[in-house]
Design a protein around this ligand. Structure first.
Ligand SMILES: [Zn+2]
Length: 102
């Protein structure tokens, strides 16, 4: 699959439903690391297209800390509040992009 096709596929999936990198990696047969690299590009191209790329921030499952100011899309290593690393991954959604128009 070409890079462009892959990114279109990611957008289509995220228009249909909110997903995290693990779900996208399973769906697309890519490593999570690769998914995150594509997502960074998708985020920029959606902004350029006037669509919304929204991120549900990562959250600590132990103390509830919310990583709401994190700019990177990847899952954080550990919680700054309780110092543990049981974290829910961030998840992603695209809105306002017509499927196939990018
Ligand atoms: Zn915590």
């Amino acid at each position: 699959m070409s890079t462009q096709t892959l990114r279109r596929r990611i957008v289509s999936l995220l228009i249909a439903q909110e997903m995290d990198a693990r779900e996208l990696s399973r769906e697309l047969g890519l490593k999570e690391k690769e998914v995150y690299a594509h997502l960074a590009h998708v985020q920029r191209s959606m902004a350029a297209a006037g669509a919304t790329f929204s991120v549900t921030p990562s959250r600590c499952l132990l103390c509830g800390y919310l990583f709401e100011h994190r700019r990177r899309l990847t899952r954080p290593g550990r919680c700054p509040q309780c110092r543990r690393s049981k974290l829910q991954s961030p998840s992603f959604r695209v809105r306002g992009a017509a499927d196939g128009s990018f």
